[in-house]
Design a binder for this molecule. Structure first.
Ligand code: PMP
Length: 285
């Protein structure tokens, strides 16, 4: 059976799930999205994802044409028609079909798309051995131009950084902000551990407020670990005892090398491994 995709109230076979070429989501990246996981049939942190989606939409003057309850139900229905228990959910809200001009007022109605699919996981060895990443020259978007807190359909900033990383043989790339501080990776937030404390850049550094980041901060604090949301420089990363990334798809993935410098002893550290286990229990319990 082909996968079914939800578009504005109806389910379509994957191959027939289509959006107009006049949709401003395509023409201008005018829209917002979310990436969500479902574990054992339960959607992880659904309310937080819906809140972030609604906040992203609000920031770009986009009114989502349904309630959060209806969206939650549509997500559950789409998982159910596809028989997916452990999967990845992509929710997209576009500005809708308009003219070739920028004016969003000339768009008819926003389209709501829900794709539920199997998840493409990172290979096991990334979790066992850790990642090597590099800092790239593409700066994270200036928050006063386009806030990284908006999860918009325009991901070129991240894509350009990703290409730089890939060209250097790295699956993830670290982006700095306009002040030269560490911001985040192309699709993941970053944490370091030093002297038994966890540190991660604050929202003001110009980052997406990651939902995995928030869960990890919660888990760490529950286990008595002090977590500081403070500006970090590349130097702080280089001299860290441990480093890891967080994201919906990646969950928690250790980083063992940054810009060719070994982090700690070059292996995933104890705090990282402990948080990985705790996160696993949190999502699979
Ligand atoms: N930063 C960026 C730029 C991202 O795209 C993502 C993935 N959505 C994250 C961080 C991690 O956020 P989350 O934990 O909510 O998936």
């Amino acid at each position: 059976m082909p996968l079914k995709v939800y578009i504005s109230g109806k389910h379509y076979d994957k191959d027939d799930a289509k959006i107009s070429v006049y949709d401003h989501g395509l023409l201008y990246g005018d829209g917002v999205f979310e990436g969500i996981r479902s574990y054992g049939g339960k959607v992880f942190r659904l309310q937080q994802h819906l809140d972030r989606l609604w906040n992203s939409a609000k920031a770009i003057w986009l009114e989502i044409p349904m309630t959060q309850e209806a969206m939650a139900q549509a997500i559950r229905d789409t998982l159910a028609v596809n028989g997916i228990e452990d999967g990845y959910i992509r929710v997209v809200v576009t500005r809708g079909c308009g003219t070739l001009g920028l004016d969003p007022n000339r768009c008819s109605h926003p389209e709501v798309i829900i794709i539920t699919d199997r998840i493409a996981l990172y290979p096991e060895e990334y979790y066992r051995d850790g990642l090597s990443i590099i800092t790239v020259s593409t700066l994270r978007n200036h928050p006063a131009a386009l806030s990284p807190r908006i999860k918009s359909l325009n991901y070129l900033n991240n894509i350009l950084a990703k290409i730089e990383g890939l060209q250097a043989g790295c699956i993830e790339a670290l982006m700095l902000n306009h002040k030269g501080e560490v911001a985040e990776c192309t699709g993941d937030n970053i944490f370091i551990a030093r002297f038994g404390k966890l540190m991660t850049p604050p929202n003001e550094a110009g980052i997406l407020e990651g939902i995995t980041r928030e869960s990890v901060i919660g888990l760490a604090r529950q286990s008595g670990i002090e977590v500081l949301e403070i500006p970090l420089t590349k130097h702080d990363i280089y001299i860290a005892d441990e480093c890891f990334l967080t994201g919906t798809a990646a969950e928690i993935v250790p980083v063992v090398k940054v810009d060719s410098r070994k982090i700690g002893d070059g292996r995933p550290g104890p705090m990282t491994r402990d948080l990985m286990q705790q996160f696993h229990r949190l999502t699979r319990s």
